[in-house]
Structure formats: structure tokens, C-alpha cells
Design a protein around this ligand. Structure first.
Ligand code: 4FN
Length: 223
């Protein structure tokens, strides 16, 4: 899977490129992340890519021309890539959407800043809008990194054994509780079943806990 990221802050993406699951996916050539500095597509000496909103008001708007030129360049290199604008107006990013997107060969991610992009970019250049959730954030970069992380994890071979989630969320439920050494600390003991060595009982306990936790904390996940 190839990701092309259009951003004013390409350096931010070193956070996911340089270590962890994604870095290892890149090393194994299962993934690549290419960042594009939108300012390189500016047509003025100040390297501006934003301007004042028609109709007035606060803030600045990202202009059509640099974005359109950048997308044209990306599509020359990678025909057929899906252009996604990370935006509060988008379809909510879920595990299911991540699985769907992981079937694609390439995705271009447009990261907004200021008040966002000129609406004509959304009409003409963007294939899909995706949102990571209902809160204000300062820019689309963090959202793009969340998308890259969750989509990349769905690509066969990206996760090593150390990184694998057991069954959690493959079934749409919360994970069961986890325990490690010591067996007891400050009078808090590990549930006896986990020390029993009886794997069928352990699996049954975990499955019950998983459902119970989901009912208690995230009823909305039980469809
Ligand atoms: N955010 C809301 C309503 C109005 C504006 C915002 C907001 C970054 C460029 C967009 C936000 C949230 C989830 C991208 C938020 C996302 C963004 C995202 C995002 C700068 C303009 C902006 C009703 C959601 C609170 C700033 C709600 N997923 N504007 O945050 O890009 O991807």
C-alpha cells in the first residue's frame, strides 16, 4: 500500500515513519509513505498557499491551484489513487472502513489547515472525505496519521506476532482484561482461572469478560 500525503507539515509524519509497526511495514516493503510539501506547489515567491475567504470573516482558506497541481502530480506517478480529504464532514473512520480501505493499492491524503480547503477542491478533486471523530483539531495531519496507522495494520504481514491483537475487535467487542506478573500486588490478585492452565476455561472466561466489559463501558458497540 502506498500513501501520498499532501501537507504543510511533512516533518510530522516522521512520528509514524521512523518507529513502530508502520516503520517495520515500510522496511518489509509492504508500505510506503510519501509526503508532499504543498508550499512547493505555490506560484509566488512567499510560498503562500492560502488566501482570505470571499465573504469575509476570520481565518484563511487553502487555495485550489496548489492542491490541484499537487494531486495532478501524484496521479501522474500513481494513476487511479483514491484521494481522501481528512475533514470533520467525512464518513466516520471505523475498523470496518479501515478494512475496506486496506484493499486499495494507493491512497492520497489531503491534510487541511486554517479554515480548510476551498470547496471547489472537495467538488472536483476529492474522492472521499473521512473524519476521525467529532472534536476540533488544529490540522488534518493527526487524522491522516490515525488513518495510516489503522489501515496499515489491516495489511497482511504488517503486524508481527508482538503487535497482533488477539481476538479483540476482530469480533467488534472490547478486549478482555490483561494481567502479567506478579500474581499479587497490594492485595490485588490475578483471577485464579488465568493461573489454572486450563485453556478452555481461560478462553470461556475471557470471552465472557469481553462481552461484560462491552456492555458496561460501550453498549453502543453491541449491535
Ligand atoms: N479539522 C467541528 C466542526 C467544525 C470544525 C471543526 C474542526 C482542521 C482545517 C478542519 C476535525 C475533526 C475530525 C480531519 C470541527 C478532522 C478535523 C477530523 C479537521 C483545520 C479545517 C479542521 C463539529 C467536528 C467539532 C478544523 C466538529 N478528521 N476544524 O476541527 O480537519 O479528519
Amino acid at each position: 500500500m502506498r500513501f501520498d500525503v499532501i501537507t504543510l507539515f511533512p516533518e510530522m509524519f516522521s512520528a509514524i515513519k521512523d518507529e513502530g509497526v508502520i516503520a517495520r511495514g515500510i522496511k518489509k516493503s509492504l508500505l510506503s509513505i510519501h509526503t508532499w510539501q504543498l508550499r512547493d506547489f505555490s506560484d509566488n515567491k512567499h510560498r503562500n498557499i492560502d488566501d482570505k475567504p470571499y465573504g469575509g470573516g476570520a481565518g484563511m482558506v487553502m487555495q485550489v491551484k496548489p492542491i490541484r497541481d499537487c494531486i495532478r502530480k501524484i496521479k501522474q506517478d500513481t494513476p487511479g489513487t483514491m484521494v481522501i480529504y481528512l475533514s470533520p464532514q467525512g464518513e466516520k473512520l471505523t475498523h470496518d472502513l479501515a478494512k475496506e480501505l486496506s484493499e486499495l493499492d494507493s491512497i492520497a491524503l489531503l491534510c487541511g489547515r486554517y479554515e480548510g480547503v476551498d470547496e471547489r477542491v472537495i467538488e472536483h478533486d476529492v474522492d472521499k472525505e473521512v473524519s476521525i471523530g467529532d472534536y476540533v483539531i488544529s490540522g488534518g495531519e493527526l487524522a491522516a496519521m490515525v488513518l495510516i496507522d489503522t489501515v496499515s495494520r489491516q495489511i497482511p504481514g504488517v503486524l508481527g506476532n508482538q503487535d497482533s491483537l488477539n481476538d479483540s475487535f476482530s469480533n467488534g467487542l472490547l478486549d478482555y482484561p490483561h494481567y502479567s506478573r506478579p500474581e499479587e500486588i497490594d492485595s490485588q490478585a490475578v483471577p485464579a482461572v488465568l493461573l489454572s492452565g486450563h485453556q478452555a476455561n481461560i478462553n470461556a472466561w475471557r470471552s465472557k469478560q469481553s462481552i461484560k466489559k462491552t456492555e458496561e463501558k460501550r453498549k453502543d458497540l453491541l449491535k
